[in-house]
Write a new protein. Structure first.
Length: 254
C-alpha cells in the first residue's frame, strides 16, 4: 500500500482502537471479531451525493408518474437476479437454461454477460479465482463479484446492470482491492466494471489497467478517496454518539 493509504488506515485504527464499542447504526451482515462493520456500498451511498440520481428520481415521479420506491426495488431485483444467474454459471460451469422466473431485463443482462464471457474466452486464457466472495476487515466489509485471471493477470470484476457508470463504482472496486490486500495478501493487476445491457445483448467494459502509469495513479487516488470517506464515516459516527449524549445532558440539566 502507498504511504497515503497507510496514513489514512492509521487514522482509522486510532478511532476504532480508542472507541471499541462504537455502534455502527446500519443493517449489515459483516462482522469483524464480533464487532459490526459497515458495508462498502452503504458507506458510499451515505458519503457521496449524486445529483444525477436526484434528477432521475424527479423524472420518475414528475414525468413517468411512477413510485420512486417501486422503481428502485425493481432495479435492485433485476440486479439480484442477474447476479444469481452469473453465480449459477460460475458454480456449475453451465449456462442458465430456465428463464421462466426471470424478469425480462434480468434475462437480457445475463445474456449480455454470457456474450461477454464468450468474447473474452475467445481472446484470453481465463481462470476464475473467486465469485461472490465476501471480504471483511476491522474497518468495513463487502462482497466482490468476481476475481479472475486473464492471461495470468489478476483482475477484480464488478458486474453492473445500471444505466450509467458513476464514480461510486471506481471507489467500490478500490475498496475491494484494499480488502484483498489486507485480508488475503492479494494484489491485483487491474479492475473491470462490466456494464450489462438490459434491453439488448451487449455490454460496456470500463477497465483500469494498473500497468498503465496514469491509470495506476488514478486508482491510487480512488483508494485514498475511499479511505478518506471511511475516515469521515467513522468520525461522523463518533459525532452522532456525541450529539446523542449532549441531548441527554440537556434533559438532565433542565
Amino acid at each position: 500500500m502507498s504511504p497515503n493509504n497507510l496514513q489514512l488506515i492509521n487514522c482509522l485504527d486510532n478511532i476504532i482502537n480508542t472507541n471499541p464499542n462504537l455502534f455502527i447504526n446500519e443493517e449489515t451482515e459483516y462482522f469483524f471479531e464480533g464487532r459490526k462493520v459497515p458495508r462498502v456500498t452503504n458507506m458510499l451511498s451515505r458519503g457521496i451525493h449524486n445529483d444525477s440520481l436526484m434528477d432521475w428520481a424527479n423524472y420518475i415521479g414528475r414525468v413517468k408518474h411512477q413510485s420512486y420506491g417501486s422503481v428502485i426495488n425493481k432495479s435492485l431485483n433485476i440486479g439480484s437476479q442477474t447476479h444469481e444467474c452469473i453465480d449459477y454459471f460460475f458454480h456449475n460451469n453451465a449456462e442458465v437454461s430456465n428463464y421462466a422466473k426471470l424478469d425480462i431485463e434480468a434475462k437480457q443482462a445475463y445474456l449480455s454477460f454470457s456474450q461477454w464471457y464468450r468474447d473474452i474466452n475467445n481472446t484470453a486464457q481465463i481462470e476464475l479465482i473467486y465469485n461472490e466472495h465476501p471480504l471483511v476487515s476491522k474497518y468495513y466489509g463487502g462482497t466482490l463479484d468476481a476475481l479472475m485471471k486473464f492471461n495470468g493477470r489478476v483482475f477484480l470484476i464488478d458486474f453492473k446492470t445500471s444505466n450509467s457508470i458513476r464514480i461510486n463504482y471506481a471507489l467500490q472496486v478500490a475498496a475491494y482491492a484494499i480488502l484483498l490486500e489486507m485480508a488475503e495478501n492479494i494484489q491485483i493487476d487491474g479492475c473491470l466494471v462490466l456494464q450489462l445491457s438490459k434491453t439488448s445483448i451487449g455490454y460496456n467494459e470500463f477497465i483500469i489497467d494498473l500497468a498503465n502509469p496514469e491509470q495506476n495513479q488514478y486508482f491510487e487516488n480512488c483508494k485514498n478517496s475511499f479511505l478518506s470517506l471511511a475516515l469521515w464515516y467513522y468520525n461522523l459516527a463518533l459525532s452522532e454518539v456525541g450529539y446523542s449524549n449532549i441531548l441527554e445532558w440537556d434533559k438532565k440539566r433542565w
